[in-house]
Design a protein around this ligand. Structure first.
Ligand code: WTA
Length: 653
């Protein structure tokens, strides 16, 4: 940990607010009276928001919560999600509007209009039909950030098939467990992907993952990097051979509002990832509504850019579904922010006149490290709204973002939500809210959230506790794929009597009653905005033959929010292996889960601190990882263990 400067301390007790300018407020999509309006009649408010979409059959009831915690929204309504995101914009005369300014990492680019997107999605839907994919089937997608990724997702949605997108950085083992859990029939991938200026293989990893996978019938391969890849006879087919020859006409079918749309796996507190299930009508209503009000998006005027990857929920909700439902023109960038230089994002903003930019605190802190002189070289005057998501944003990063990217002028919206919530839940509204650096502030109109203590009592102003969502919302998860018990246990058992959804985050109210998020209260780490469970990394470590035991903690990290620190007990002579053994273990974790889960540090220790009942005391390990005075050790079974660990580390063992 770096020492904090006095200036930084000032920011941590930051209490400045930034009221919206009169000009912004006058043109804002969001209105201040929506909070009261929504409180007065929540269902009427959401019904009004659902009118943003085209429904083939209108719903008969807004919400059915009788089977809680499984909600039904817009009961009886029917719609096609892909039609809403694509066709209807063409039909309303906007076919020539650019939907996607796609920019490849090596410098190639493609502009895709809504009319072209409609043709591509229709061809891809016809291609999937030709492979036997239909409503309710699962299609796994592991692709880089190329247009085909978005097309593939929408093609599934069009057919009522569920996509399960797996982040391109996940290992073959991680991909396989997701493919098996969802019993995916088709997998869509690419030959390779560009990463930091180099072509890296993708298809060969997928081949390794799918070896003997019982559910998979076909693999569709997009040509991206052009490298030679083996194609398995009867199973593998090239996207360009299969899709390009299909007719561009496909009539979308209207599906029930509660028809499943996708599964997206996320880390929980056990080793096995959870397949979060989202459905159609409520999900699309809330993603479209939040994209409209939180980013103040104006179709046909704004150029929007969300820097997430479609492998995460932010990419699903704020690259694919929300923006396209709202007829956005957006930038989609394939690569890393420092390829070929550290001004890449600012150059893209300048060239495309990006007006809304949505990114993660970890990246903002990286930009800070690279220096403010880099963005200063570019014309960023087109920007008018800046967003942040993924982890708490520290006030100094917030201020830097507003000053150096937003010219001290743009509203910054700090948006709190989760894979499970489907869309933004807590955020300032630009043009309405006086923003506060570091606070997500207030649930959106239509959303209800509280900070409560252990007994489910709401804490007062200035108090801290757990964040709960006390009323159902349209884009809430509809379960964990194939695991009803885990769904109930994880989210609904902690405050079962009250029927509150337990988010797993700590939070506090300030003296104005605004909410500040404080990070996870469970064993989930947040590394560069990615959720990784401590148990997942621990099981990867103990699967290595040299490891006898492992404990993993998230230690605070100035750039990535948290960094993964592992403590391992090695077997016999392996303990003498030194740096090489440690390096091997880091690589092993990358291979088992993916490079994002590679521990920042692995410490070889003789013992782990455990309670008498055998539970590892991570709190104490976190003290070690963060170089702090070690806390209370009285509940340890053997209180000398911490000394043993500390002295071992000091002597460099
Ligand atoms: C954290 C990403 C503070 C939080 C959309 C949550 C945040 C987890 C914020 C969900 C924020 C996300 N302020 N913390 N603005 N946004 N988080 O599922 O701990 O990848 O529970 O969804 O990220 O991560 P997930």
């Amino acid at each position: 940990m770096t020492e904090q400067s006095p200036a930084l301390d000032n920011l941590l007790t930051e209490n400045r607010t930034f009221p919206p300018s009169d000009e912004f407020a006058a043109q804002a999509n969001a209105k201040a009276d929506w909070y009261d309006k929504a409180d007065a009649d929540r269902e009427a408010f959401w019904a009004e928001q659902a009118e943003r979409l085209h429904w083939d059959t209108k719903w008969t009831k807004v919400l059915d919560w009788s089977d809680a915690p499984y909600a039904k929204w817009f009961v009886g309504g029917k719609l096609n999600v892909a039609y809403n995101c694509v066709d209807r914009h063409v039909e309303s005369g906007h076919g020539d509007q650019v939907a996607i300014h796609w920019i490849g990492e090596p410098g190639d680019s493609r502009d895709i209009t809504y009319a072209q997107l409609k043709d591509e999605v229709s061809r891809a839907a016809n291609a999937l039909i030709s492979l036997g994919v239909g409503s309710g089937d699962r299609v796994a997608i592991q692709l880089p950030m190329i247009p085909e990724a978005i097309v593939a997702m929408l093609a599934c949605a069009r057919l009522g098939a569920l996509h399960s997108v797996v982040f391109g950085g996940f290992s073959p083992t991680a991909l396989r467990s997701r493919v098996d859990d969802a019993e995916a029939k088709v997998v869509i991938t690419s030959d390779g992907q560009y990463r930091r200026g180099k072509a890296a293989p993708m298809k060969t990893n997928v081949d390794e993952a799918l070896d003997g996978a019982p559910s998979v019938e076909k693999v569709i391969v997009v040509r991206r990097t052009g490298e030679e890849v083996p194609m398995q006879d009867g199973r593998d087919v090239w996207w360009h051979e299969l899709v390009d020859s299909q007719p561009a006409e496909h009539t979308p079918e209207a599906f029930d509002s509660e028809h499943p749309l996708f599964i997206l796996y996320t880390s929980g507190t056990t080793g096995k990832p959870k397949g979060i299930l989202h459905t159609s009508g409520g999900y699309l209503t809330q993603t479209a509504y939040t994209h409209h009000v939180v980013f103040d998006h104006k179709p046909g005027e704004d150029v929007y850019w969300c820097t997430a990857d479609i492998g995460w929920v932010t990419g699903h909700s704020y690259i694919v579904y929300g923006p396209l439902a709202n007829r956005a023109t957006q930038v989609v960038y394939e690569g890393t922010p420092n390829t070929p230089h550290e001004g890449r994002h600012w150059e893209i903003i300048q060239n495309h006149k990006v007006s809304i930019y949505y990114t993660a605190p970890t990246l903002i802190r990286t930009f800070m490290k690279w220096g403010e002189d880099i963005p200063a070289k570019y014309d960023l005057s087109s920007l008018r709204v800046l967003g942040s998501v993924g982890e708490p944003i520290n006030p100094e990063a917030w201020i830097w973002y507003r000053e150096h990217i937003g010219a001290g002028r743009t509203p910054v919206v700090d948006t709190w939500w989760q894979t499970e919530t489907g869309s933004i839940m807590i955020s300032p509204l630009p043009g309405v809210t006086s923003t506060k650096p570091g606070s997500a502030q207030r649930p959106l109109p239509g959303i209800s959230a509280k900070v409560v203590d252990d007994t489910a009592t709401e804490v007062g102003k200035g108090g801290g506790g757990y964040l709960v969502l006390d009323k159902p919302w349209p884009s809430m998860l509809r379960g964990i794929w194939g695991d009803d018990e885990r769904f109930r246990d994880t989210y609904w058992s902690r405050f079962a009597d009250q029927g509150y959804y337990f988010a797993g985050d700590g939070a506090k109210y300030d003296n104005d009653g605004d909410i500040w998020l404080l990070g996870r209260v469970d064993d989930v780490m947040n590394v560069s905005g990615h959720r990784i469970s401590t148990t997942e990394v621990e099981s990867a470590l103990v699967s290595h033959p040299t490891v006898a035991e492992a404990a993993v903690v998230g230690a605070s990290d100035p750039t990535t929010g948290q960094g993964i620190v592992a403590f391992v007990i090695l077997r016999g002579s392996a303990a003498e292996g030194g740096d090489e053994a440690v390096q091997e273990l880091r690589n092993h974790v990358a291979k088992e889960i993916g490079p994002i889960a590679k521990p920042r540090q692995i410490m070889v220790v003789p013992e782990l601190p455990k309670t008498r009942s055998g539970k590892i005391m991570r709190r104490l390990l976190r003290d070690v990882a963060e170089n702090r005075q070690i806390g209370d050790v009285t509940t340890l079974a053997d209180s000398s263990v911490m000394e043993l660990i500390s002295s071992g580390l000091q002597s460099g063992k």
